[in-house]
Design a protein around this ligand. Sequence first.
Ligand code: 5GP
Ligand code: ZN
Length: 113
Amino acid sequence: MNDCLFCKIINGEIPSKKVYEDELVYVFEDIAPAAPIHYLLIPKKHISGASEITAENSSVVAHIFEVIAKLAKDLNLKNGFRVVTNCGPDAGQTVFHLHYHLIAGRELDVKMA
Ligand code: 5GP
Ligand code: ZN
């Protein structure tokens, strides 16, 4: 059985605030936003994290970045935005389904670590 939280969000078992969806990706609001705009972009097909991206599944990553650029235009994020993915315990990954945080809407701390 797939016990993945984000797979459950994709299939509607767990509710979420959807921002965008297509055949490959699902985008929804983070439950604990770090900024006025804080979305999570996830592939519909389960990949556990950035360390599991391969030649076979990497095309969805390019697609996710196309969606990020589209959302940035649609949301008029002229002042910029940040994209983050955490992988593994040192980076504080808490959900083991690949996701990209899209964070925007205020001036962000320059410090990355
Ligand atoms: P990570 O820490 O793995 O990089 O990011 C996981 C993100 O998922 C966190 O920012 C957290 O707030 C968000 N999150 C955890 N559980 C849920 C949930 O049930 N719904 C939504 N929308 N976001 C969640
Ligand atoms: Zn999953």
